[in-house]
Design a protein around this ligand. Structure first.
Ligand code: ZN
Length: 136
């Protein structure tokens, strides 16, 4: 089995003024965090770990390593004028599930999503940290 057969779930980006720049990838969140710390020694700053399977991302500042794993990040509703947001601790499966559940409930309440509509997709924007209910 070659390198290319490995399924990569976590992409690592350095956040520059122009936006996230891809740096590396890892097959587990722990490895991705380790790599961010290595990059941070050379180039301190903001990094994003993007879970390519669930679409969630974790923002890490290597200039403030202590608060890194505990600091929540916020995902906001992408619909114009909507103030809904949720704080997530990390990109784990359970947090991803919590995001999707909460957002679904929010959309049923605020955006006229039919409670039995399981087809409609939510678009997670990596750079803006928004989640938006897609049209039919
Ligand atoms: Zn909303």
């Amino acid at each position: 089995m070659g390198e290319r057969d490995v399924v990569v779930f976590f992409d690592i980006f350095k956040v520059d003024k122009e936006g996230p720049v891809w740096r590396s990838s890892a097959d587990t969140l722990d490895k991705a965090k380790e790599r961010v710390q290595e990059f941070g020694k050379i180039e301190p700053g903001e990094y994003l770990i993007f879970n390519s399977r669930t679409g969630e991302s974790l923002r890490i500042s290597t200039e403030n390593a202590d608060s890194m794993s505990r600091a929540p990040y916020y995902v906001r509703c992408g619909s114009p004028g909507c103030k809904w947001q949720i704080a997530l601790i990390d990109v784990s499966e359970s947090e991803s599930e919590r995001l999707r559940q909460s957002f679904r409930e929010h959309c049923i309440e605020a955006h006229a999503l039919a409670p039995d509509d399981m087809e409609r997709e939510a678009w997670f924007d990596l750079t803006k940290h928004t989640i938006t209910l897609m049209g039919k």
